[in-house]
Write a new protein. Structure first.
Lengths: 427, 433
């Protein structure tokens, strides 16, 4: 019998707020935080809206000032969310009360699994001034490196920066990974944390997803590919025009149920299972028939040892792209038949946070289970006829059970499904 | 940890390295004592403080991958990955088919730099000629559309996407990045996927190419590279007293991992049992290892415990051995702590002495070399060990490859950022039920 894995702390930040409850309040209040981009100059041109963290302030996000010169925007968000999840779990206070050897053992047995957006365009744009200085002469490029680019450039650009600095800040020494698999990353990081605790490799794990993809080049590239909308993100809507990017982070403290119980931690939810499936059709292709998400969902249900009728609510990926939403609707229908539980999605409120999305949706799914409802998709006006029968609605509906299925999808045809349960009376 | 967890066999290997374009030629060159380090030819590095690297020479992925559309979307490192993965699958004698595709997994350690230098130069000339991005150029309504092929070639998920598409792998898939530990961690995750019953077979490995003006520039700025431009073949000298930095390499390494009984049932040739993996976090400094070896110690101990092995069974360690002053000393301290009195006996070499540091590919390539050492009962040398650092007191394989029947080998990989990976590979006939 493998360990049961519970959630004992959560943190989140995105355009909708800097705490899970604040983000939740925006969603149930039907307020979208997508708006014009402010973090760089758009020169009055028409640029798609995005979900930016309001008043982004590095100093208030990460108090460890020494690390600031090594961190990028997305790293600040990840470390902030991780810190908030740890505070929520009271894990560090618990450690402080332990004898030295026991505290050291806790560190050894605590894993860290991070989902990261990886190296953005802007990291490499740090070389643009040097390219101008070099005037096309590569020898000059080499000679003038020192003056034009920060000596710390490589360290500022590590995709595993949050993992690294979280290790330094907390002293956790357990198994770890940094997943760089685009929109599937957050879901995969949670799946790795779950697996590490079940196998006994770790007793607990901090799972973090973070990304700050609102970069000029990224916006332009994705827009040219036809993946971006303009100002509203309408999942499953007949008139949906594409996704919109958001920045953010979310973190969860996972613990074996036994160890959480032993230290008297408050349990927020239980992670029951995960599944992952690839579609193997290229970087951008999405199968029309929903094969990948359907197999990921089936795998997650089997892993959770749950029947499909035990799922009370679906937190869809719902990124608002034509093909993405349609294939997801077909996948849900193929798994659940005529009995699809209420479907909600959250990206309409704060954008698609890519590597953070799976973790952020998992945190919000737990709050939805606490509230016992699938909040309405406020921007949904007219359900796409091709998604007919999908129980997605602008109105809030009660969940029909205490388990939620969360979907995260990304480039390379990756699909991840997670199953999470509200804490029962036993906790 | 249950007693009846599945065992995992390594049944296929594929390598693209500075020493060869496949595993047999890499292994032969390594045993023959050749060096893959030479002056940089991929671009004019004349103005850089470091002008040497371990390049993959004369590489043409079309010789092995007959899909021009796919290769059009592949950057240099993706070409390495496709070729090495194809070799690993051919070597294993099994490929995903319609019936098995969803039971195959793929985990890759992919490099941190996606955008190719030519793409950056192009972007600069169009949108940032003065050195600062000009949004009015980028978002001008009349600006031409960006090239979707260039976008794909530079996306961080492209390597994984191309591998999945080319080989038809449709189960659990992920790409990971923990700097120099990436390849080792990817194989460790592949092992766990089979143990968990999520996959029957996993294609796992790593690929990287940072031999570009930006990649080389980044490491030059850090001062991490050996500046020995005049003696490239001697520049990477792990554990030598005069070592002064690592040599940047590039390439890919892949293994096919297979549930043991499935491999036996189809009479596959088994190189080794992938018997254990250890993953740990150092939490000390970003680039510097802890002098005591804290972090690597836990990774090695976890790999040994996971393999249900003791140091007395260990015969060979393929060291991380980067040839930086700090790493090598710290790794030796860690090996002494883990091995105790066995440290005097266990053979150690860093193959980075011959082929440089393949960054995200290093852990995967070196695990494959451990499998070959087990198969041939022959240990590759730690080249360039002229005057051993007195602080590095281990049984290094010096001069000539050492004949030795290897029961158990460890492959160490420690990354910037403090992630450590150790893989344990066991001789197949010694594998325990």
């Amino acid at each position: 019998m493998s360990e049961r894995v519970v959630v004992t702390g959560m943190g989140a930040i995105c355009a909708s707020g800097d705490r899970p409850e604040a983000i939740w309040a925006e969603i149930v209040g039907r307020r979208s935080s997508l708006g014009p981009i402010r973090q760089w100059e758009t020169a009055g041109l028409e640029v798609p809206y995005a979900g930016e963290v309001a008043g982004f302030d590095p100093a208030s996000l990460v108090t460890e000032r020494k690390a600031h010169k090594l961190l990028r925007r997305g790293d600040f968000l990840g470390l902030y969310a991780a810190g908030a999840s740890l505070r929520g779990s009271c894990l560090l206070e618990h450690r402080a009360g332990l004898a030295r050897e026991r505290a050291a053992e806790l560190d050894e047995r605590t894993g860290v699994f991070v989902a990261s957006g990886g190296v953005g365009y802007q990291h490499q744009h740090d070389f643009l001034p040097l390219l101008t200085a070099a005037g096309g002469d590569l020898q000059r490029f080499g000679r003038e490196l020192d003056g034009e680019v920060s000596p710390l450039w490589l360290l500022q650009s590590l995709p595993n920066n949050v993992l690294c600095h979280l290790g330094i800040q907390t002293g956790f020494r357990g198994p770890n990974a940094c997943i760089t698999a685009h929109g599937a990353s957050g879901g995969l990081a949670a799946a790795e944390g779950l697996a590490a605790i079940r196998s006994g490799e770790a007793e607990r794990a901090v799972v973090v997803g973070h990304d700050a993809p609102i970069e000029p080049q990224a916006i332009r590239e994705l827009d040219d590919l036809g993946l971006l909308g303009r100002d509203v993100l309408r999942p499953f809507d007949a008139w949906r025009g594409g996704t919109l990017l958001g920045e953010g982070a979310a973190a969860l403290v996972l613990e074996s149920e036994a160890i959480a119980r032993e230290r008297g931690a408050a349990v927020l939810g239980e992670l029951l299972g995960s599944g992952c499936a690839a579609e193997a059709e290229g970087l951008l292709a999405v199968r029309d028939d929903g094969d990948g998400p359907a197999r990921a969902i089936s795998a997650a249900l089997a892993d959770a040892e749950l029947g499909r009728d035990e799922i009370g609510m679906i937190v869809a990926h719902g990124s608002g792209t034509r093909q993405g939403d349609l294939s997801e609707a077909l996948a849900l229908r193929s798994v659940f038949g005529d009995a699809v539980p209420p479907v909600t999605a959250f990206k309409w409120a704060f954008g698609h946070t890519l590597a953070a999305a799976g973790a952020l949706d998992l945190v919000l799914a737990i709050l939805a289970l606490h509230a016992g409802c699938a909040p309405g998709i406020a921007t949904l006006r007219e359900l796409d006829a091709d998604c007919a029968g999908l129980p997605a609605s602008p109105d809030t509906r009660p969940a029909c059970g205490d388990c939620a299925l969360v979907l995260a999808r990304g480039f390379a045809g990756l699909n991840v499904a997670l199953v999470v349960q509200a804490p029962g009376p036993g906790f | 940890m249950t007693a009846d967890r599945p065992r995992v066999a390594v049944t296929g290997l594929g390598l693209v390295t500075p020493l060869g374009h496949d595993a047999p030629s890499t292994w032969r060159a390594l045993l023959a004592g050749r060096s893959g380090v030479a002056p940089i030819t991929l671009f004019d590095a004349g103005g850089f403080p470091v002008r040497i690297a371990a390049e993959v020479k004369g590489f043409d992925p079309r010789l092995r991958i007959d899909d021009r559309r796919l290769l059009q979307l592949a950057g240099r490192a993706h070409g390495f990955a496709l070729v090495a993965a194809d070799e690993a699958l051919a070597d294993a004698g099994i490929r995903p088919d319609a019936a098995s595709a969803s039971r195959w997994g793929c985990v890759v350690g992919s490099g941190m730099l996606g955008v190719e230098f030519s793409g950056l130069v192009d972007f600069h000339s169009r949108y940032a000629p003065q050195g600062e991005l000009e949004p009015e150029r980028l978002f001008a309504p009349q600006a031409p559309r960006l090239d979707p092929i260039a976008f794909q070639r530079s996306h961080p998920s492209t390597g994984l996407a191309l591998l999945l598409e080319r080989f038809g792998i449709r189960g659990h898939a992920a790409s990971v990045h923990t700097a120099c530990a990436s390849g080792g961690q990817a194989i460790g995750m592949g092992l766990e996927l089979i143990r968990r019953g999520v996959c029957d077979r996993v294609l796992a490995g790593g690929f990287d190419s940072m031999v570009s003006p930006v990649g080389l520039g980044g490491f030059c700025l850090l001062g991490a590279l050996s500046p020995d431009n005049r003696a490239p073949e001697r520049a990477s000298r792990p554990f030598d007293r005069s070592r002064n930095g690592f040599v940047l390499g590039e390439g890919a390494g892949f293994v096919v991992l297979e549930e043991w009984r499935a491999a036996r049932a189809r009479r596959a040739t088994i190189y080794a049992e992938l018997a254990g993996q250890g993953s740990s976090l150092t939490g000390y400094r970003i680039t510097d290892p802890h002098p005591s070896g804290d972090g690597p110690i836990q990774a090695m101990r976890r790999a040994l415990a996971d393999a249900r092995a003791v140091p007395g069974e260990l015969d060979y360690v393929n060291a991380h051995g980067t040839s930086t002053p700090m790493n090598d000393r710290s790794e030796c301290a860690a090996l002494h702590t883990v091995l105790g009195p066995e440290a005097a006996r266990v053979a150690v070499s860093s193959t980075k002495s011959s082929m440089g540091h393949l960054i995200s590919a290093a852990g995967a390539v070196e695990a494959a070399l451990c499998a070959l050492a087990i198969r041939d009962s022959l240990l590759p040398v730690n080249a360039n060990l002229a005057a051993r650092d007195p602080e590095c007191d281990l049984s290094f394989v010096e001069g000539e490859p050492r004949p030795l029947r290897v029961r158990l080998a460890l492959s160490n990989s420690f990354g910037f950022g403090g992630s450590n990976s150790c893989l344990a590979l066991r001789r197949p006939e010694d594998a325990r039920p």
